[in-house]
Design a protein around this ligand. Structure first.
Ligand code: ADP
Ligand code: ASP
Ligand code: MG
Length: 471
């Protein structure tokens, strides 16, 4: 995007759970925001690290009838946020922020008490509860910025991001979202106020709270960045940038200075937790760069994610993996064409938008094999059994096999296209370590090659390919 002369650039800065994990970290995050005095900022915050997990677990326990667990979570929730307020906010700010924190703790109490009485938690109620942490961290962060001398205001994203009613994994309605976000931002901007927006949350058209899926605050940042036609989106996290592999699996992984939108989408779809899988989508059209930066090492430039990269090095750029997946193999008989078999399989999955991680086939043998996330396996199996009930009865479909405890290991690189022998090298690297490849698929865009291996061999397989390509 182009910068009008004399106008300050606009940066949306998102701080993840670890980056706002305690008082000291929040103080540092606020300083990072204030250091960018040459830019106008919109801040997006996640809940303090671990809070979302704690809230979800409390709701689940309450719905099982446990009346004690959520009471201890209530204390913990109040204590963690109160400690930050005590540490960083002067009395005047405490008077503003503490009632807001108390309000969220009260909502938590009411909801959990209700769940334990009715022994149920609906997806709709879960979203309201699971995203309370963002309301609390945004209230604190705005208070800290004000205490440091910068006018700031906490903004509930339910007033900005309009979504469908797919609770737990809602999709934004961009036209409404853009209009609301721009309007609210313009009003705050006129008063010179930094908005501190709750990540993760959105609301349906009738105002019911939704969430954008686990890790969704990254997505909140780019939705807002696109709505405001921001110059850049900066995602502050706990690693120096996007790395050649998950550093928890490969200690020798290193930072990639620049990756393309397509590479980032592929990486996040295949499990690289550093980005929510939908993060890149909103900013692609406007070509807004997204930077991944480390709050614990702010002088490191981080990774730039943009429309294309300047270093078009051939070959593999990064390795990622989904360690909990399952493979489904459907074998048809001669009496059923492969096209009909495939149409029926994917037709039955399409209604629920179940993501498919890889697909391989043998048209001659009428065999279709595909991978899905472990969590989707029971649903997929049930749907296929229903879809093929008659065919199984009349023996048109010979078998429906399910294999769980599978991992999908993926090598990614925009310039793998046209580089001969990459799959062979990966094959060789896995073979030398005695890792059996259950299935292999190359993305038709030639941006990725996927290998299905046993779950227990995920780490070994990722390391083998990482080493082979000297990443
Ligand atoms: P935040 O709370 O800031 O959103 P996340 O925990 O969601 O942070 O994402 C950051 C983590 O993603 C890192 O700590 C790292 O362990 C993990 N990760 C997985 N794959 C990669 C990768 N390829 N590059 C960088 N980090 C990765
Ligand atoms: N707090 C939410 C989660 O833990 C959203 C986020 O951190 O991005 O999933
Ligand atoms: Mg995250």
């Amino acid at each position: 995007m182009t910068q009008a002369k004399g106008k300050k650039p606009l940066i949306v800065m998102k701080f993840g759970g670890t980056s706002v994990g305690d008082g000291e970290r929040m103080r540092r995050a606020a300083e990072i925001v204030r250091e960018r005095a040459e830019a106008e900022t919109v801040v997006v915050v996640s809940a303090m690290g671990g809070v979302t997990d704690m809230l979800i677990r409390a709701a689940q326990e309450a719905s099982l009838g446990d009346r004690e667990h959520w009471k201890s979570v209530r204390q913990e929730l109040a204590k963690r946020h109160r400690e930050v307020a005590d540490q960083l906010l002067p009395a005047g700010e405490q008077a503003t922020v503490l009632p807001r924190l108390a309000e969220q703790v009260e909502t938590f109490e009411h909801l959990c008490s209700g769940f334990s009485l009715v022994r149920e938690v609906t997806p709709r109620a879960m979203d309201t509860l699971a995203s309370l942490g963002e309301l609390m961290s945004a209230a604190l962060m705005a208070g800290i910025l004000r205490a440091q001398g910068s006018p700031a205001e906490a903004v509930d994203a339910t007033e900005l991001i309009v979504t469908d009613d797919n609770f737990g994994n809602a999709t934004p309605l961009f036209a409404e979202t853009n209009a609301k976000t721009r309007q609210r931002h313009a009003a705050l901007r006129r008063r010179g106020v930094i908005p501190v927006v709750t990540g993760f949350r959105g609301a349906t058209q009738d105002g019911t709270c939704t969430t954008l899926g686990r890790g969704g605050s990254d997505y909140s940042a780019t939705i807002i960045g696109a709505a405001l036609d921001a110059d850049e989106v900066w995602i502050w996290t706990d690693v120096d940038g996007v790395m050649t592999a998950d550093p928890r699996l490969v200690p020798t992984a290193h930072i990639i200075p620049e990756i393309s939108y397509r590479e980032a989408i592929e990486l996040s779809f295949f499990g690289a937790k550093v980005l929510h899988p939908k993060t890149i989508q909103p900013v692609m059209k406007q070509k807004i760069p997204v930077w991944i930066k480390n709050t614990f090492n702010p002088s490191c430039p981080g990774t730039k994610i943009g429309p294309s990269t300047t270093n078009g090095q051939p070959g593999v750029k990064a390795i990622t993996s989904v360690s909990k997946a399952g493979l489904i193999t459907v074998s048809g008989k001669d009496t059923m064409s492969f096209a009909r078999l495939a149409a029926k399989v994917f037709g039955s999955l399409s209604l629920d938008d179940i993501p498919t991680l890889m697909v391989t086939q043998s048209s001659a043998d009428n065999v279709l094999c595909f991978a899905v996330h472990d969590a989707d396996l029971p649903t997929v199996k049930a749907k296929l059994e229903k879809a093929f009930e008659l065919e199984m009865l009349h023996d048109y479909v010979a078998a429906l096999e399910v294999m769980s405890h599978v991992a999908i290991v993926v090598a990614i690189g925009e310039n793998m296209k046209g580089t001969a022998g990459l799959a062979g090298r990966a094959f060789g690297a896995l073979g030398r370590r005695g890792i059996n490849i259950i299935a292999i698929a190359q993305g038709s865009s030639e941006l990725s090659i996927s290998f299905a291996v046993k779950s227990s061999e995920t780490k070994e397989a990722v390391r083998a390919i990482h080493e082979e390509f000297k990443l």
